[in-house]
Design a protein around this ligand. Structure first.
Ligand code: PRX
Length: 648
């Protein structure tokens, strides 16, 4: 990914120098900076006594201790614009309606026994009820654990078991891109698994579109949620939460097999979500608290099942009193003009998507976007993976007509919100760079081998954060040691993000990708170990090694090398079966791009699989294999590269 030499100047008078001064003062006293904001932006039932306390090293970071709060919203403005799977199937939901629906669902959950501190698993389509239920949990102090609707029954069961979640909320079915999503059927399969029996007490099922899935009578744990909610009063007092009480957990992939449930807190997360949404998209002047002037129509077209949806569809915009669009469909349905049709119909001003979507739409050329009026757009956002300069330029020129800022927002499930991004109208842009740290975030580049901070502006190493920030995840549910060992111990006194990066002469950050065994496939984070364990669970597989593969649209694809157990031979059918095994254990979004059965993997003499070599073989970069002298049998390189060539 080459760096373009162009720098795109910001278009307003707000200057980079001002940004630098504000940033420097924010990190000189992070506790003071965030405390001031917390006092002015959030409504506190009881004030907090302290800003920041605790440290990375002890894993004891706490923000706004002693403060108590919950979220209180505005009344008549539009809160949610919901765009269903079929274009034009639109609902406008005001803050008043939102509050009523949230209260009714909160009462419904309470009437069934859900109490403060319980984990409620949500496996829902992208319908308003998903957002209502998340907020209903927040209102009564229950902890939501949203599972992306693309996960399989096995993956749901793992997460329910890990979180000991007594409550599950789903819908009879959903639809996406014209296809039926049989969510209740998948959920039923999950809760029937041994590891969930005795854990799950109730499955609340909203009426959804399409088929109802399995028989209602089969299990007495089902609750017809739409009926139960209709019977409730739209008034439910909120639970006053401690700032550090968990708001939600969200599972994400790491280097080892089990996904980890990252815990986000009420006060710190809310402030961070609110502040970064306003700043990164330049919303603050127009929407927060002010009723006059033009309003933003803000659209983040991610899925609420991932952190992007949590922070930038639900909490961030709504806490700012800004309307938020919820999009049920896909960029390709019914055709590749869907996004731009929506921009025209809703007069969207801020549009936020992922590089993979931009690349896949760019393939179809300029005709689709040119058919629509895109003049309402002001800011274009991208998230989830590095954006290649060609895709950046297409987004900037063809969608933004050269007038809009493209904000390249770098962050993670763990960070809760943006930590590095340009600010519209303030930071000059360089295509492919997420540019400079957000206010209150002290980003450093460390030498990967020694952990030494690199002081020179130009630097190459691993990305780390030097001081705590309010939106950071506080622990991994039930496994604080894992939290410490993944994020806090690799480089003591720093938060380690798991990404490599380069800092250029202007101090701009260029993310070079994960330095651990985590893949980024179409912006979805997948641990290679998870795919490997799905493969070795199949009786035909003896060993599996999974690596990333450069992919033009998805950024990375999944390439699996497997040795087979005695009595099994390579065949197309076997490859199909193995592909299916991964879909069943994780979900269709983790479907391998390439499966290469082989009689041997590149091993060191001490019996370790050399993944570095497999990555090169998968990428076809044989001239940069590096040192192969430790290989037990160097001939495997040749054999495997031929197989990869054939499979392409
Ligand atoms: O590798 C980085 C990449 O996505 C990872 C985080 O994935 P996840 O927790 O699923 O959150 C995705 C949505 C925030 C990071 O470690 N990543 C995210 N944003 C960018 C990025 N890489 C480059 N540029 C970005 N803007």
């Amino acid at each position: 990914m080459g760096e373009l030499l162009e720098v795109y100047e910001a278009s307003t008078s707000a200057s980079l120098a001002q940004y630098k001064a504000t940033h420097a003062s924010s990190i000189s006293d992070v506790s003071g900076y965030w405390s001031e904001l917390a006092k002015s932006k959030l409504t506190w039932f009881a004030p907090f006594s302290e800003g920041l306390s605790g440290s990375f090293e002890e894993g004891s970071v706490s923000w706004f201790a002693g403060g108590r709060l919950n979220f209180v919203g505005k009344e008549n403005e539009t809160a949610i614009i919901w765009e269903g799977d079929e274009p034009g199937n639109v609902k406008h939901i005001s803050f008043h309606e939102l509050k009523n629906e949230v209260c009714k669902i909160a009462n419904a959950l309470k009437s069934a026994g859900v109490t403060k501190g319980d984990v409620v698993t949500l496996y829902m389509p992208m319908v308003p009820e998903l957002c209502y239920t998340m907020l209903a949990c927040a209102r009564i102090g229950a902890i939501h654990s949203v599972i992306f609707a693309g996960f399989s029954a096995d993956a749901i069961a793992d997460r329910i078991q890990d979180a000991k979640s007594k409550w599950v909320v789903t819908a009879s079915a959903g639809s996406r891109g014209g296809r039926n999503l049989p969510l209740k059927t998948i959920c039923d399969a999950a809760v029937k698994k041994d590891r969930c029996v005795g854990v799950v007490e109730k499955v609340f099922v909203f009426d959804g579109k399409g088929e109802t899935g399995s028989d209602w009578e089969v299990q007495d744990i089902h609750v017809k949620m739409t009926e139960l909610v209709a019977a409730q009063r739209p008034v439910c007092s909120c639970e006053w939460m401690d700032a550090e009480d968990p708001l939600f957990i969200l599972y994400t992939s790491g280097s080892t097999g089990r996904p980890k449930g990252l815990v986000h807190t009420t006060g710190g997360y809310a402030l961070f979500a609110m502040h970064t949404t306003a700043n990164s998209f330049g919303l603050s002047q127009q929407t927060a608290a002010s009723t006059d002037g033009p309003k933003d129509v803000y659209a983040c077209v991610a899925d609420a099942g991932w952190i992007t949806g949590h922070t930038y569809i639900v909490y961030g915009p709504l806490l700012n009193g800004c309307s938020t669009l919820m999009f049920e469909s896909t960029p390709m349905y019914p055709d590749c003009g869907r996004y731009w049709d929506m921009v025209q119909r809703h007069k969207i001003t801020v549009f936020y998507t992922a590089p993979t979507a931009i690349r896949s739409l760019m393939r179809f050329g300029d005709e689709a976007p040119n058919k629509y009026d895109l003049s309402s757009l002001r800011v274009l956002g991208t998230v989830g993976e590095p954006i290649n300069p060609a895709a950046w330029k297409w987004y900037f020129d063809v969608i933004g007509k050269g007038r809009c800022a493209v904000v390249d927002t770098y962050w993670q499930t763990e960070t809760g919100g943006h930590v590095i991004t340009n600010l519209p109208g303030i930071t000059p842009m360089k295509p492919g760079s997420c540019t400079l740290p957000c206010y209150g975030i002290e980003v450093v580049v460390l030498e990967s081998a020694t952990g030494k901070e690199i002081e020179t502006t130009e630097a190459e190493g691993v990305l780390a954060i030097k001081q705590p920030w309010p939106g950071m995840a506080r622990t991994c549910l039930g496994d604080h040691q894992r939290y410490l060992s993944v994020y806090m111990k690799p480089y003591p006194k720093y938060y380690f993000a798991g990404d490599g990066c380069r800092r250029d002469k202007d101090g701009y950050i260029w993310i070079t990708g994960r330095v651990d065994d985590v893949l980024n496939v179409s912006g979805h984070r997948i641990g290679t170990a998870e795919v490997e364990s799905a493969l070795v669970a199949h009786m035909a597989v003896a060993q599996a090694a999974v690596v990333g593969l450069p992919h033009e649209i998805k950024g990375q694809g999944i390439c699996c090398f497997t040795t087979l157990t005695d009595g099994h031979t390579e065949s197309d059918d076997l490859i199909k079966e193995l592909r299916q095994a991964v879909r069943t254990q994780i979900g269709p979004f983790a479907t391998p791009d390439m499966i290469i059965p082989t009689s041997a993997l590149p091993m060191t003499r001490s019996g370790k699989i050399m993944r570095r070599i497999l990555r090169k073989i998968a990428a076809g970069e044989l001239d940069s294999l590096g040192d192969t002298s430790t290989l037990l049998d160097p001939s495997v390189v040749d054999t495997l590269s031929k197989k990869v060539e054939q499979a392409r």
